[in-house]
Design a protein around this ligand. Structure first.
Ligand code: 5CA
Length: 437
């Protein structure tokens, strides 16, 4: 893509409500545009990043055997009346009427809808366990939407649902998701800490929030630093190994505000290991057994032919929130550097050009075509502006690698720079190897 053709409305003036760096950067680099309070359009640059995050989430869900599906955004109120949540959910639910006067709603989550789908087709324990997920827009009429995509009304979420015969089996599904979440966030360059959490309107008695540390986060957290040292590679995708993994994590003190017990914290965690900070919740998992299946009469035959309510859990990842969270974790001193796995482009070519000198642009175009042939997603900055402005702009766009075509270029070697590092002179072959590694 040529930068001059890319729809990327870079802005200099920022609205006063953009208080945190991710919100500011997303507006400045034209990743999003507010449509109304808490509702955003995703412009090409922002959408590209979000799609990459979505793909990592998808791949990791598929790896644990979860099956992707797609449920609608608009749901009927009937199923919510069955579960008892239609009135309980409160003002956050956006209720709508269709032209026949039927009560509908824009789904804030999907426990009821997926239970309804499940109960109409699965009748026997032989079809269990099942793990279903979708990646779909949600709507919550948040009283105070803020921080850009971090807390908005309309947001993109991956939500998965597990169905098992017994509480014991259901915990195995819970452990699988727990593991999958840690791997997912790790692939995005994030250190997410699982924390025992309150269950809120989703319900149940077992729940973990996955939180990344950031001063601008909304969740207050209390943890033993040692939890950050657990190496995920020691576990395998087997029930015993994953049970050990969850025990290893949950044996170390790490909780959100509502679950904090100062006495226990001071008794169990050495002073020098105590971490009291803020974090951003990027995922949340819940085990609630038959909270929905019982009132909704979602029954299956067990091994003895006896009917029993299916045991369920639900597992969410804030896909759109992650875009902001990753910026919070990586944007420092006016330089944004996307982790390679989710960068909007693999590399940007920055030629020094002027009206009288097109030579560098021609060189850049040759490299551009070569990289394209090799399936490298490359951006070419063909805008006629001075190099110092270009560098400032690319510090914000955050593509981690740059090929600079200017005074330092040699015949067959080019200036290659990784953001925040010194540049080096490399042949195109070597550049290709670096980009592909
Ligand atoms: N049904 C469960 C799990 S599928 C559920 O809805 N959980 S949740 O409420 O915790 O949401 C899951 C994730 O969505 C959160 O961890 C958070 O990352 C994201 N999220 C929740 N509310 C918002 C919001 N208002 N704006 C942006 N992201 C949000």
């Amino acid at each position: 893509m040529y930068l001059s053709k890319l729809f990327i409305p870079i802005t200099k003036s920022l609205p006063s409500e953009a208080k945190i760096k991710s919100h500011q950067l997303m507006l400045r680099t034209g990743m999003i545009k507010q449509s109304s309070a808490g509702i955003y359009s995703w412009l090409p640059l922002g959408y590209k990043v979000m799609k990459k995050i979505e793909q990592i989430v998808r791949e990791e869900q598929n790896l644990i055997g979860a099956q992707e599906m797609l449920m609608p955004t608009i749901q009927s109120s009937e199923i919510w009346k069955e579960s008892g949540r239609y009135d309980d959910y409160g003002e956050e639910m956006l209720k709508i009427k269709d032209r026949q006067g039927r009560e509908m709603l824009y789904g804030p989550t999907n426990e009821e809808l997926v239970t309804d789908i499940f109960r109409s087709s699965i009748k026997s324990y032989k079809s269990l366990p099942q793990l279903l997920y979708h990646i779909q827009w949600k709507f919550r009429d948040e009283i105070r939407p803020r921080f850009g995509v971090m807390r908005c009304k309309e947001f993109y979420m991956k939500d998965a649902y597990s169905f098992d015969l017994s509480d014991e089996d259901a915990k195995k599904s819970y452990n699988k998701m727990f593991y999958s979440y840690l791997k997912t966030f790790d692939r995005m360059g994030l250190k997410a800490i699982p924390m025992a959490a309150d269950t809120g309107p989703i319900g149940g008695d077992l729940s973990h929030e996955f939180v990344i540390l950031a001063e601008t986060g909304e969740s207050k957290i209390y943890a033993d630093k040692n939890i950050c040292e657990i190496n995920l590679n020691q576990y395998e995708l087997t029930d015993t190994s994953l049970q050990k993994m969850r025990e290893d994590f949950t044996n170390i003190y790490a909780v959100t505000d509502e679950k904090h017990n100062p006495e226990k914290f001071n008794k169990n965690v050495k002073k020098e290991n105590q971490m009291i900070t803020k974090g951003i919740e990027v995922g949340h998992i819940f085990y609630f057994s038959d909270k929905y299946s019982k009132p909704m009469n979602c029954l299956i035959d067990d091994k003895d032919g006896k009917k029993t309510s299916v045991k369920m859990g639900s597992y969410g990842i804030g896909v759109s929130r992650l875009v902001g969270a990753i910026i919070e974790a990586n944007y420092n001193n006016d330089v944004m550097k996307w982790p390679k796995s989710i960068s909007p482009y693999d590399v940007v070519i920055i030629p020094s050009i002027s009206k009288n000198n097109r030579e560098n642009l021609e060189k850049a175009e040759k490299i551009y075509n070569e990289l394209k042939k090799q399936n490298i997603d490359v951006l070419l900055d063909d805008v006629d502006e001075n190099m110092s402005n270009k560098f400032k702009k690319h510090d914000l766009i955050g593509i981690p690698y740059q090929i600079i075509i200017g005074s330092k270029s040699e015949v067959n070697n080019f200036e290659f720079k990784e953001l925040n590092f010194k540049s080096e002179q490399l042949s195109l072959d070597k550049i290709l190897k670096k980009l592909k590694s």
